[in-house]
Design a binder for this molecule. Structure first.
Ligand code: ADP
Ligand code: MG
Length: 692
């Protein structure tokens, strides 16, 4: 099948909808999708029927309300379309079935918003994200709320944050004489992942239970040759990628770019950007399908942020912008940004939002997995800062520091080879070390973890920018001379929030002390980052913008900390099990072999040397005992956990994690000294080079 025909073939697309629905019904539904008008429930029956007919024609027998509980994963419960009719069945999907579902909510995290006795939860159709058929089931994207109306998922607040931004952006644009029906945020998330052969995966309990290796000595060859990034794709990998692309295309996902990443066995996929809500759904589906397609190719796709120590981990880059329904990108600086008052005001509002709410922006990407990356010289540091690039940096410097601004035009460049074409050179270079970088006509938030939902950071981003937009409108709407007032306000914002701008190397050792001097936050662990959500001004911004109630903010922060505690607890228990059941006995086995070698050498002749054997046996036995001591400490610390979430998460971050590092250090050193015949697990080399 041609790609153009393949694309979206599993999706209830606009075209399909238009053909299948009566004109009036279609028009009414479009109004809901395009303008956020409430859904006219009288049309639900017709839409449901058309959806069902289409799904059945695609081989579907079931439907599911697909939702995103607070777990980073999606959830689904399948019901068949069958409805008894005499002794036969008919295939049916009613309007009510489409609009609302009632899954039991009691087994999903609620962070205390719901009593355990009150299990009721509702899923409600989200018509702004298209339905699709997958493996014989019609998937209906939905939001998930409790009986008492608290949101229990990531989609509801995301949609609310998009509405908040839409409302405030339209107010702001009005000041500039621009009328539009909708302002949407757009996101293109670049997704990193690892692929390893299933045979090595199956021998690693840590990968299976925690998604990352808890042990493993560094391989002789890591990423130092810098030959994997953009390297030639191995055949198995390119077959996987092709299969993945084709699969994603059938679901209407704009898979665009694919390449090898920095670490061995690491790769990346980037889609073309789309509306945030759809981008989030697509990314969830992409992660799920990456795993499934890998399985078909006898490989395992690892989405954890840090599957392997010592080589780069995986993240996501959240490319974010906002544009009107008329196609105007509000982050497009235009030809002369220094004179573009609208752009400068919007830019200043984003900068102000990121500075003021840096705590929750950082908290929105906090997880046990991501703690291994942020600040570890491969991902941006745990400090939030904004990179503007040469051109905008110089404009802002001129405003704040009074430096002269000399416009730098995009000049035609040449590669120096006469035959090669002349091409326009960008006005700014890339900066890979910044957590929040302006990249031409969008901001790229680079702190996201690879397995996390992209919803959380976008909820925060939309909310805080809606807030600074609304404040700007409040100040400027009564101004006598709008142009002057606008410039003054923009300049004030830039001056007040200048500290967040950092155009240099974020990986350099100078940055941490410099950031501290500037008063920027540097929360290195989830336990330290998440409590930012509890601060008054941070709760207030969510409440004011109608994204969360106070109770919901607190619940979500608690869930984040609980998830962190649970993740580390599972890792620690897995580690103890592996060390006790596999590593300790294996090393002892090798020591026993060394001893018998020593004994037999000594019985044959006193001239056969065995000093090295003795030294090795002694060294290993000392280290093995020391590992047992380190495990004892870990076990004791785990057994004395404070009951309250805050202190428990602190103890995990600052006691248990270092305990685990101590156990690992000893085990990894022993791995290097132990015969591979005895070592119980595939090595890093076996795993990172498992695909030929
Ligand atoms: P790179 O980061 O490698 O320079 P690009 O600039 O082409 O790559 O884009 C990276 C990602 O940013 C892609 O997913 C792309 O679709 C997305 N992107 C481009 N423009 C926008 C936009 N206006 N809003 C959101 N995402 C965008
Ligand atoms: Mg990028």
């Amino acid at each position: 099948m041609k790609v153009t025909e393949l694309f979206g073939s599993n999706v209830f697309t606009d075209d399909v909808m238009k053909n299948a629905l009566p004109k009036e019904v279609y028009k009414s539904l479009r109004k809901t999708i395009d303008e956020g008008q409430p859904l006219d429930s009288s049309i639900a029956g017709a839409v449901a029927n058309a959806m069902k007919d289409w799904a059945v024609s695609k081989g579907a027998t079931h439907y599911t309300h697909w939702f995103q509980p607070l777990t980073n994963l999606t959830a689904e419960k399948h019901d068949s379309f069958i409805e008894p009719s005499g002794d036969k069945v008919i295939m049916q999907l009613t309007g009510k079935n489409l609009i609302v579902g009632e899954p039991d909510a009691s087994s999903f995290p609620s962070g205390g918003t719901r009593e355990t006795s009150a299990a009721r939860g509702y899923t409600a159709w989200d018509p702004t994200s298209p339905a699709f058929v997958k493996e014989g089931t019609l998937y209906i994207p939905t939001v998930f709320v409790s009986y008492t109306g608290e949101t229990l998922d990531k989609k509801a607040p995301l949609l609310k944050s998009m509405t908040a931004l839409d409302t405030q952006a339209k107010r702001l644009l009005k000041l500039f004489g621009i009328d539009c029906r909708k302002v949407s945020t757009t996101v293109g998330p670049e997704q990193e992942y690892f692929l390893i052969d299933e045979s090595v995966y199956e021998q690693r309990k840590d990968l299976m239970l925690t998604g990352r290796t808890l042990f493993g000595a560094a391989p002789s060859r890591g990423q130092e040759l810098e030959d994997h990034y953009f390297g030639v794709l191995k055949t198995r990998i390119s077959e996987f990628m092709r299969d993945l692309d084709e699969t994603l295309w059938t679901y209407g996902i704009f898979a665009k770019t694919k390449h090898n990443e920095v670490a061995p066995a690491q790769h990346e996929l980037a889609p073309v950007f789309t509306t945030t809500n759809v981008a989030v759904d697509d990314n969830q589906l992409t992660m799920e399908l990456m795993k499934k397609v890998a399985q078909k190719h006898h490989m395992v796709c690892l989405l954890h942020e840090k599957p392997f120590e010592g080589v780069n981990g995986s993240g996501k880059h959240n490319n974010w912008s906002l544009s009107t329904d008329t196609g105007l990108n509000l982050l497009d600086p235009g030809e002369n940004p220094e004179k573009n008052t609208r752009f400068l005001l919007i830019l200043a509002c984003v900068i102000a939002a990121v500075d003021r709410y840096q705590g929750i922006l950082r908290a929105s990407v906090a997880s046990a997995g991501n703690d291994h990356r942020l600040g570890a010289n491969e991902a941006p540091p745990a400090i939030i800062s904004v990179y503007l690039g040469d051109q905008l940096g110089a404009i802002v410097d001129s405003i704040v520091l009074g430096r002269e601004y000399v416009p730098k035009k995009a000049v035609p460049g040449s590669i120096g080879v006469p035959e090669s074409p002349i091409f326009p050179i960008d006005t700014t270079d890339r900066n890979r070390t910044s957590p929040f970088a302006f990249t031409g006509n969008k901001f790229e938030f680079r702190m996201l973890g690879s397995q996390a939902s992209v919803a959380d950071p976008n909820i925060v981003l939309n909310t805080i920018v809606a807030e600074t937009f609304s404040e700007a409108v409040d100040v400027l709407s009564g101004a006598e001379d709008f142009e002057i007032a606008c410039t003054e306000y923009t300049n004030k914002l830039l001056k007040d929030h200048f500290r967040i701008i950092f155009n240099y190397n974020g990986y350099g050792p100078e940055w941490e002390p410099e950031a501290e001097r500037r008063g920027l936050l540097n929360n290195k662990t989830t336990a330290d980052a998440v409590p930012e959500y509890f601060k008054r001004e941070n709760i207030d911004v969510f409440v004011k913008q109608g994204v969360y109630t106070e109770k919901e903010v607190i619940a979500r922060a608690n869930i984040s900390l609980e998830n962190y505690i649970k993740a580390i607890n599972i890792e620690a228990l897995t580690m103890l099990e592996m060390a006790r059941q596999d590593i300790y006995p294996s090393v002892n086995g090798y020591i026993a072999e060394l001893c018998s070698v020593i004994a037999s050498k000594q019985t044959v002749s006193s001239k056969i040397r065995c000093e090295a054997d003795i030294a090795l046996a002694e060294k290993l036995s000392t280290m093995n005992e020391a590992m047992m001591d380190a495990m004892k400490k870990l076990e004791t610390d785990l057994s004395e956990m404070p009951a309250a979430i805050g202190p428990a998460s602190q103890k995990m971050a600052h006691v248990v994690v270092p305990d685990m590092e101590a156990v690992r250090a000893l085990a990894d050193s022993m791995e290097k000294l132990t015969s591979s015949d005895y070592w119980p697990y595939p090595s890093y080399t076996d795993m990172l080079y498992s695909i030929r």
